[in-house]
Design a protein around this ligand. Structure first.
Ligand code: PHB
Ligand code: FE
Length: 328
């Protein structure tokens, strides 16, 4: 192993398929043509490389997200906002009962740099982990170039709102964001603003549907407006959410177009709790004690509404705030 400039433990030489192996604490990671192999002192795990890279891409891009990012029913991360747990079997009833679950806590930069290095080394030129499966080439095979542009895409995060001067701008053909094949019927006209005299520079509006119709990624909520801790994070979805998200706070979903089926499970054991079919116009709240994964048969638009307050997870974990958002 060599320790790279960014502190990542990486094999000196690539393996016979051309990929480096990596080590983080007692976790070891290697890939071959089809699979990723993860091992730790009490066990080992195998994942399809496309699923693994899609999950890893989101964990890195979202800086470990809110709460738990399960890559699948075994492996994942828990965000403690400054440190991150990396675990195997911790949210899996069978692993827990057999006392085979394992977890380590690392400083966020350590795990971030390791995951970035794995993602960069294992993603071939043909594969874009953020794209829908229909819009990318394959992840398989022996090492074949790299796709650093895709795996280090800048994350959209409006400070106030998309289209405000100096903030994130709307998407156009000229800025490299053509309308997606599934959204060719979406009206592309921008709102007409008629401000009172004296307020011309202060009123801003944009067409959110047009904006989303031009997204080149899937399952990637990005901030389009922020009002203190209230973040509107819409996203376009197609195929399967590549992670199973374990919440540490309530999230609201507003289905803006088409349809998504959500599989909802107990956050800690994985026991099935609900299946939620959301059609255009439906609104639901995901409680703070579940995990969920979405299935979108056609590209759809979803508004995820997040409460970004750093106080919320502790209030819920300590029982001072409920795990659900409203009492009727
Ligand atoms: C979620 O975990 O709530 C989530 C993540 C990514 C999406 C949509 C929802 O694209
Ligand atoms: Fe979620």
């Amino acid at each position: 192993m060599t320790i790279t400039e960014t502190g990542v433990a990486r094999s000196d030489e690539p393996n016979s398929e051309g990929y480096h192996t990596f080590q983080l604490g007692e976790f070891a990671f290697r890939r071959d043509e089809y699979f990723v192999y993860i091992s730790w002192p009490t066990g080992q795990h195998i994942m399809s490389v496309d699923s693994f890279l899609r999950a890893m891409q989101r964990d890195v891009a979202w800086d470990f997200f809110y709460g738990i990012v399960n890559f699948d029913g075994v492996f994942g991360t828990v965000n403690h906002y400054g440190t991150v747990d990396i675990f195997a079997g911790r949210y899996n009833d069978s692993y827990r009962k057999a006392e085979l679950d394992y977890s380590e806590n690392h400083e966020t930069p350590t795990i971030r740099e390791t995951f970035k290095a794995i993602l960069a080394d294992w993603t071939n030129e043909t594969f874009d982990p953020f794209a829908s499966p229909h819009e990318t080439g394959a992840a398989w095979g022996i090492k074949n170039g790299e796709n650093l542009g895709a795996v280090t895409r800048r994350r959209v995060a409006a400070r106030r709102m998309v289209s405000v001067p100096g903030d994130e701008q709307i998407r156009t053909d000229d800025s490299g964001f053509p309308v997606n094949r599934h959204f060719l019927d979406v009206d592309q006209s921008e709102p007409v603003i008629e401000a009172e005299p004296g307020f011309e520079g202060e009123v801003v509006a944009f067409n959110l549907f047009a904006y989303l119709s031009r997204s080149d990624v899937t399952w990637n909520p990005s901030v389009v407006s922020a009002c203190r801790d209230s973040l509107f994070c819409p996203t376009t979805e197609e195929y399967i959410l590549p992670i199973i998200h374990g919440n540490d706070r309530v999230e609201w979903f507003v289905q803006l177009s088409d349809q998504i089926t959500w599989e909802v499970e107990d956050r800690d054991t994985g026991a099935v709790r609900a299946r939620v079919v959301m059609k255009a116009g439906d609104v639901c709240a995901m409680p703070a004690d579940i995990r969920h994964q979405g299935y979108s048969p056609k590209r759809s638009m979803l508004l995820v509404w997040e409460n970004n307050s750093s106080k919320v997870p502790e209030l819920i974990a300590s029982g001072q705030a409920p795990t659900y958002p409203v009492d009727f």
